[in-house]
Ligand binder design. Structure first.
Ligand code: VAH
Length: 316
């Protein structure tokens, strides 16, 4: 049985659907701090859970006899920068509660890290798997501490913890909330709606990105991987592409020729973006558990625009 926290979030809302398809609807318990009319609250077990409530998390995991925990509930980089102390309490408090449940109930464990776990002194191009990590954002501090805490639970308590350093994730199901890379999602929505987008990230700012289907496959492949092959466990670098806003605009123009990209830089999110790598190296993930991607920027753009057009025609 699999417990997912933050199941209504950008990753959770799609991972829950995919895991229910693979492992059976009754075997994936979706939890989130709020209710919603999203299909996952009907298509299988759904529980309200604030991950800072350790006892409630343990009770739910025990009641459903859970053996795998996918911990996704967290505040993303821009929100965390606006409310650093709330971010610390939720991101670190939630994580240690989830790790404790995994320890007590002997669960396999997954939580995402991020390219946000790197900082300005990290090598910016083809950032290695093992390198300097001195992030200058609360989110980055949370991610580095989280990586180390997950390693600790593996070495100290033999909890089978695994994780991925995700790049910006692009998806059309549930818009992300409070991220720095969200411009790369909004640009597609606006391209359909208005044929134009005003980016808060400056021209020429490179960041790693990945289409959600590749992110979901990476989680599933890592969790099913042979543990004896893993030299690293938490926080494998994974990426599909390194792009700047103009690259996305160029790909969109192949489908919407008159698409216009303007800029109105948000200094806060620009500073966060500039503290992150331009491109990271995913060799370790490829070598240790066969990480691969299906979607490059062309294939992702074609699919995103098609799916968003369908979504728009559905809602009218
Ligand atoms: C964010 N989408 O922007 C998340 C992610 C690498 C970016 O961590 O905060």
């Amino acid at each position: 049985k699999i417990l997912i926290t933050g199941a209504l979030g950008q990753i959770g809302s799609e991972l829950t659907v995919k895991m229910r398809e693979i492992y059976g609807e009754q075997n994936v318990i979706a939890t989130d701090i709020r209710q919603s009319d999203h299909e996952i609250t009907q298509s299988g077990p759904f529980e309200l859970l604030d991950v800072t409530d350790a006892k409630k998390m343990f009770d739910i995991a025990k009641r459903y006899d859970v053996d795998t925990i996918i911990h996704l509930a967290a505040l993303l980089s821009a929100t965390a920068e606006a409310k650093p102390l709330i971010a610390w309490n939720l991101n670190m408090g939630g994580l240690v509660n989830a790790l404790e449940v995994a320890r007590e109930l002997r669960c396999q464990f997954f939580t995402p890290s991020s390219i946000g776990a790197f900082g300005p002194t990290t090598p910016k191009d083809h950032t290695p798997q093992d390198t300097i990590q001195r992030p200058t954002t609360m989110y980055g501090v949370n991610k580095v501490a989280g990586e180390l805490l997950c390693d600790y639970y593996y070495y100290k308590f033999a909890v089978d913890t695994r994780g991925l350093r995700f790049p910006g994730l692009i998806s059309y199901v549930t818009p992300p909330g409070g991220g720095t890379t969200d411009y790369a999602v909004e640009i597609y929505y606006e391209a359909i709606k208005k044929g134009a987008y005003t980016s808060y990230i400056a021209k020429g700012t490179y960041m790693d990105m990945m289409y959600m289907p590749d992110a979901l496959n990476a989680i599933l492949t890592l969790m099913e991987a042979d543990a004896s092959k893993l030299k690293h466990r938490n926080a494998f670098n994974v990426t599909a592409m390194s792009v700047e806003p103009e690259d996305i605009a160029k790909a969109i123009r192949k489908h919407i020729p008159e698409f216009k990209l303007n800029y109105e830089v948000d200094p806060v999110r620009q500073r966060i973006a500039e503290s992150w790598p331009n491109s990271i190296d995913a060799t370790a993930a490829k070598e240790e558990w066969g990480f691969k991607v299906e979607y490059d920027i062309e294939k992702m753009t074609k699919d995103m625009l098609m799916k968003l057009k369908q979504k728009k025609s559905l809602v009218g």
